[in-house]
Design a protein around this ligand. Structure first.
Ligand code: ZN
Length: 134
């Protein structure tokens, strides 16, 4: 598996509408897209920082993964996403190494990427996503 860069950092927020002004007016970044991912029960907002994105995540339902995360831990950094050449091959490789996976196969994520999550129990507590354009 070859990691090329940090694709994005996912940050759980209570409200995207309240968070965007901080990123735009204080940090001087520009939100270039807001996208709702229905099956993940989240609304996302994206900012470019070099070749890495900041992905804000607002829950659209209290029983969604972000809703549960905020209830347990409060808003803050939720996951780290590495860009790889091929998500499915990378997941296979991790699986063979005995790494616990949330997704055994890639699925469609925000921005049309093929994504898969690795369980934080196998990554020293960091929810880790790998993604690729394939
Ligand atoms: Zn992500």
């Amino acid at each position: 598996m070859k990691i090329t860069h940090i694709e994005h950092i996912g940050i759980a927020v209570e409200s995207i509408d309240e968070a965007i002004p901080f990123y735009e007016k204080v940090l001087g970044l520009k939100c270039y897209k807001v996208e709702e991912i229905e099956d993940q029960k989240v609304k996302t907002a994206f900012f470019m920082v070099g070749q890495t994105k900041i992905e804000l995540l607002e829950s659209t339902s209290p029983d969604g993964p972000i809703g549960k995360f905020i209830e347990k831990k409060g808003p803050g950094i939720h996951h780290l996403a590495f860009a790889v050449d091929n998500t499915n091959e990378s997941l296979n490789e991790l699986d063979k190494k005995g790494i616990r996976l949330i997704d055994k196969e890639g699925r469609k994520g925000a921005e049309g990427l093929n994504i898969g999550f690795v369980h934080p129990k196998s990554t020293l507590g960091v929810l880790t996503e790998i993604c690729s354009c394939d």
